[in-house]
Design a protein around this ligand. Structure first.
Ligand SMILES: [Zn+2]
Length: 309
């Protein structure tokens, strides 16, 4: 299976979709192509000509982390809201892919990573010959922003341990404990949608964000009530989505990470700061070519998932 494999994987064929950009409200076509070994994930803007539009998905190329993760190359070519697709690549164990888009932002799809997983599974996933590289954390790295705090510490597999606490009682306080293994991403978090507070929608739109947002691609919460028909997909969908975002932002490190992340009130800014701080400290990690055997955690070691407050 791709996630726990020690060799690189890509798509078996190309696959296309289209949809509306969450922030820009622009319609965008997206095609994900297979890519050779050691390519990594590279985005291209096919609507721009005469300059190099390739943007490697790497945190050294991050241009903006306000409500999405936007990357930019040396020519100033950008693509935004890459995190849900990056999460799907990490979640399904895709090392190499080229992503063509014809607008400045990826489609929002349904606000989760599930449609991207569907695309990748439809294309098929194939093993390549080259060994996969992993970044294994050797010592704890801690970062903070005005709102949140995150730490990554040594572990032989990726664990994401997230806590959120929102004033709105429909979200409230909840925690999620995620161990990244084969199928865990699709089974636990890929379907969790992004969310916002109804009271913030006007402010966001005045600032040029969420122009394409709707109940079709986000959970909207208003004073203790979920406005979406059909309600939530999971009672703790909000914190599961934060786990998804964390995974997507983590993959902007350009490599599969083995470490234990503990985060409270995470944001794209916090996640990106954690990845950049980790990569900047060469004594905090090593690059290895085969994954250690997973330690089997029994149920008493797994923290209980708190019910929604
Ligand atoms: Zn998100």
């Amino acid at each position: 299976m791709p996630v726990e494999s020690s060799i690189q994987h890509t798509l078996a064929s190309s696959v296309s979709r289209n949809g509306i950009g969450l922030h820009s409200a622009k319609m965008v076509d997206i095609t994900i192509h297979p890519a050779p070994e050691n390519t990594g994930i590279v985005f291209r803007r096919v609507d721009i000509t005469n300059v190099d539009t390739a943007i490697p998905a790497h945190c050294s190329n991050i241009a903006d982390t306000m409500l999405n993760s936007r990357i930019m190359n040396n020519e100033g070519v950008t693509v935004g809201t890459v995190e849900h697709l990056m999460a799907a690549f990490f979640g399904l164990g895709i090392d190499n892919a080229i992503v063509d888009v014809n607008a400045s932002e990826l489609p929002a799809m349904d606000g989760s990573s599930a449609p991207y997983c569907q695309m990748i599974n439809e294309a098929g996933i194939i093993a390549q010959g080259a060994p996969r590289r992993f970044l294994r954390v050797l010592k704890a790295v801690t970062v903070e922003t005005d709102y949140g705090k995150a730490e990554i510490s040594p572990s032989d597999e990726l664990i994401i341990d997230i806590a959120i606490d929102f004033n709105d009682s429909a979200i409230g306080a909840s925690k999620y404990f995620y161990i990244h293994r084969n199928n865990s991403f699709e089974e636990e978090i890929s379907s969790a949608r992004t969310f916002c507070l109804y009271q913030d929608v006007t402010k966001l739109r005045a600032a040029g964000y969420a122009l394409g947002g709707s109940l079709e691609n986000a959970i909207v919460v208003d004073d203790g009530t979920v406005l979406n028909e059909g309600g939530l997909r999971y009672s703790d969908e909000f914190v599961r989505h934060k786990t998804l975002d964390c995974l997507g932002d983590l993959y902007l490190g350009g490599i599969f990470v083995l470490g234990h992340i503990t985060a409270s009130q995470p944001s794209h800014a916090l996640n990106n700061k954690l990845v950049k701080t980790l990569l900047a400290d060469e004594s905090a990690y090593e690059i290895i070519e085969s994954k250690p055997e997973p330690v089997i955690l029994n149920d008493t070691v797994r923290e209980p998932v708190a019910a929604l407050a």
